[in-house]
Design a binder for this molecule. Structure first.
Ligand SMILES: Nc1ncnc2c1ncn2[C@@H]1O[C@H](COP(=O)(O)OP(=O)(O)OP(=O)(O)O)[C@@H](O)[C@H]1O
Ligand SMILES: [Mg+2]
Length: 318
């Protein structure tokens, strides 16, 4: 009887545990990348208190060189990578983790993107990177058995693509403001030695920050272009609809970024808010900028991004 009673008791305990796991999605004591989940939760508890995070939304932990990262939710999924919002343990903070499965051919290597981001945004060295305010700051890069992980500053806000999908319509003045900001970032990239070509300007790679201002993400195509000699002729082509025709022939140049910016302005303009009649003159000028920057022949576009920026700046003053 006693034995049966014990067994029944154990079974009930087990069942209750199973039910609890099912409900919370967590397994008691299960090791995640070498760390006991209960230890992690204890540590996270402190963090949660400070940052008012909801533990229930977390779905896993990954440990890098600097700290462990507790996944909160996925914020992006592109052709080859996923981007997750994560909370740092034990020192907290919010981070964006770009994660890519390792491939045997190494063609979609995240390491080169991480190296470029570090070069452009590092703040740990004597002088900050030349684009540390224009891209999310690099934090660390590490590999697990199957994955590559790039950890960067988490940017609060939403992408331009998301805002368009939510129905936001931009006035000609707002479009010009976005255009001038993007020209400024491209000008800095093209001014690096050697020049960095971005080659992937599209609404989903532009983050409109919550406090105002705009930043770019995704240096994947830029990094691949830099490595083109080592890649046996393999070229990444950016986003269809925005990438310049010459990119498909592996002949990118700074003019390719001018083309993508022109295409982006065309999209913003096509869905534009035309209610303010005072801005019709600005819209006409904008259309001319779009026409010139999206010429098929790169030689017929603006000679450089600085020239395009100057025209846009003049268009803002009627
Ligand atoms: N640092 C960041 N902070 C906040 N959100 C980010 C950050 N980096 C990326 N994101 C979000 O994740 C999405 C995807 O990121 P990203 O463009 O770098 O990767 P991808 O397009 O999936 O990758 P790839 O094109 O290299 O395969 C972005 O559109 C953006 O919504
Ligand atoms: Mg992207």
């Amino acid at each position: 009887m006693e034995q049966i009673g014990n067994q029944t008791g154990k079974q009930t305990e087990k069942e209750a545990e199973k039910k609890r796991e099912k409900r919370t999605g967590r397994q008691k004591g299960k090791k995640v990348d070498g760390m006991d989940r209960e230890i992690i939760q204890k540590r996270l508890g402190r963090y949660v208190k400070n940052a008012q995070m909801n533990v229930q939304t977390c779905s896993g932990v990954l440990c890098g060189g600097a700290r462990c990262y507790f996944f909160l939710h996925r914020i992006g999924r592109g052709g080859t990578a996923q981007v997750w919002k994560a909370a740092g343990i034990p020192r907290g903070g919010l981070w964006a983790l770009k994660i890519r499965n390792k491939t045997e051919d190494g063609l979609f290597c995240l390491q080169t993107e991480a190296e470029l981001l570090e070069e452009l945004t590092n703040t740990g060295k004597a002088a900050p990177g030349p684009l540390c305010g224009e891209f999310p700051r690099f934090q660390e890069y590490f590999q697990t058995r199957e994955r590559e992980v790039l950890v960067m500053e988490y940017l609060r806000g939403m992408t331009l693509g998301e805002s368009l999908r939510r129905g936001k319509r931009y006035s000609a003045a707002e479009i010009l403001e976005i255009a001038v900001s993007l020209c400024g970032i491209l000008e800095k990239l093209h001014g690096c030695t050697p020049p960095v070509l971005y080659l992937d300007l599209s609404p989903d790679n532009i983050i409109l920050e919550r406090g105002g201002g705009l930043r770019l993400t995704d240096l994947g195509t830029a990094a691949a272009w830099r490595q083109r000699d080592k890649r046996d002729g393999f070229v990444m082509t950016g986003t269809p609809g925005f990438a310049a025709p010459e990119q498909y022939q592996g002949a990118a140049s700074p003019a390719s970024d001018i083309y993508s910016l022109g295409m982006l302005l065309r999209v913003l303009n096509a869905f534009g808010d035309e209610t303010d009649e005072r801005l019709w003159g600005v819209r006409e000028k904008l259309q001319e900028v779009i026409r010139i920057s999206t010429q098929k022949d790169p030689a017929r576009r603006y000679p450089d991004i600085k020239a395009m920026k100057q025209v846009l700046e003049k268009s803002t003053c009627l």
